[in-house]
Design a protein around this ligand. Structure first.
Ligand code: GLY
Ligand code: MN
Ligand code: MN
Length: 368
């Protein structure tokens, strides 16, 4: 992935002589390793990628993914693979990095254990933080990345359309989340991009709720937040429903969240401060009777990870750029009663944005 290596180096400041990305044990895997070494599957625990300013990439791969690694290197003349057991990679690392003055590391992902090991192995090397440059490279997507995000979003959207048919009195949150994850896999996901959130009634007031054995009752609202992985790229979608009979307040809450999302979407175009996207949604909610009930940033970048890059909050400094992919997910949370969140994935285009997720988002009352 010569172009990606060069894209990262162009954003590093100061520029190190090499960049090293090291995986530990799942889940402590650095997705930036997979950004530079584009292998569709495998854990690559203990594997290391060393990138050079000229675009060449040396990969020390774990033996468990040797075939996948060699296959990827065959397709990319700038990637060079050696297969080494992770407990035996010190001499290879030493050989490759001896005499290299400064090496960039992803301080946000590298484990402390790896850092101590590297310092001991190469005491003369200057280790510099490359995490901001890596993030800034990853945050704007190439067409191939957008296609993977679109497929992951399509899978999520299919399941979003199916949820109303799964709702019935007495189903538990865990049963519904199991059905949703099963269906994502049937539609082609290689897994869920994060632990599925299904929150019935008052549980909907907690944005990162964990589903349990609580049963659905007529008159409750439902928040479902879920996502699929496709070739390592993720989706992140939330749909909220009402299980009849109607509750007038929750219907009005839903309509306000929808208006807030439309306002945020209307603010998206290259060059605008990212915080303006948040502020547009917040202004709609704060002008309603639910002032202050948007309790989180309105979105976050998506890519190889669900929270991939920065969030879109009131203090975000960055500007929106063409090719960025992010969520737009306002919500209103009413402790003790419930919540509504509507979350879509979009990609920024030359003049605005394009939806990646497509499931209906308007108020829907499912008959109990
Ligand atoms: N699924 C977590 C989030 O929406 O950020
Ligand atoms: Mn979500
Ligand atoms: Mn999200």
């Amino acid at each position: 992935m010569k172009a990606r290596v060069q894209k990262v180096f162009a954003r590093l400041d100061p520029k190190p002589d090499a960049l090293l990305l090291a995986n530990s044990v799942d889940p402590h895997l650095d997705q930036s390793f997979f950004y530079l070494f584009d292998v569709p599957a495998g854990l690559f625990e203990g594997s290391v990628a060393i990138a050079h300013p000229d675009g060449e990439l040396d990969v020390i791969s774990s033996p468990l993914e040797a075939e996948t690694a060699f296959e990827a290197a065959k397709a990319d003349p700038h990637s060079h693979v050696e297969v080494v057991n992770r407990d035996e990679s010190d001499p290879v690392l030493k050989k490759k990095l001896q005499g290299v003055g400064s090496v960039g590391l992803n301080f946000k992902e590298l484990t402390h254990d790896w850092y101590v090991r590297l310092e001991k192995l190469l005491p003369e090397t200057r280790w510099v933080d490359a995490s901001v440059g890596i993030r800034n490279a990853r945050v704007t997507k190439e067409p191939g990345e957008i296609e993977r995000l679109r497929k992951a979003a399509q899978i999520g959207s299919e399941v979003g359309r199916e949820i109303p048919s799964l709702l019935k009195t007495g189903i538990t949150e865990l049963e519904l989340s199991a059905q949703m994850e099963y269906r994502m896999n049937l539609h082609g996901a290689s897994g869920r991009s994060f632990a599925t959130i299904v929150a019935f009634g008052p549980h909907g007031a907690e944005p990162h709720y964990q589903p349990g054995d609580y049963r659905l009752k007529p008159g409750q609202s439902i928040v479902c937040d879920f996502g699929a992985i496709h070739r390592r790229y993720v989706s992140d979608i939330t749909r909220s429903f009402h299980f009849g009979p109607r509750d007038d307040e929750m219907k009005a809450v839903h309509e306000t969240v929808e208006a807030a999302q439309s306002a945020a979407l209307a603010a998206i175009r290259p060059g605008v401060p990212a915080r303006d996207v948040h502020l547009a949604a917040e202004a709609v909610i704060n002008a309603s009777r639910w002032k202050g009930r948007l309790t989180h940033g309105v979105g976050h970048s998506i890519g190889l990870a669900v929270h991939d890059g920065w969030g879109y909050g009131p203090k975000t400094e960055e500007l929106v750029e063409e090719g960025m992919a992010f969520t737009v997910e306002p919500g209103i949370y009413l402790p003790g009663k419930g919540g509504v969140r509507i979350e879509d994935d979009i990609v920024v285009t030359k003049n605005g944005y394009e939806f990646l997720t497509t499931a209906p988002r308007s108020y829907l009352e499912v008959p109990a």
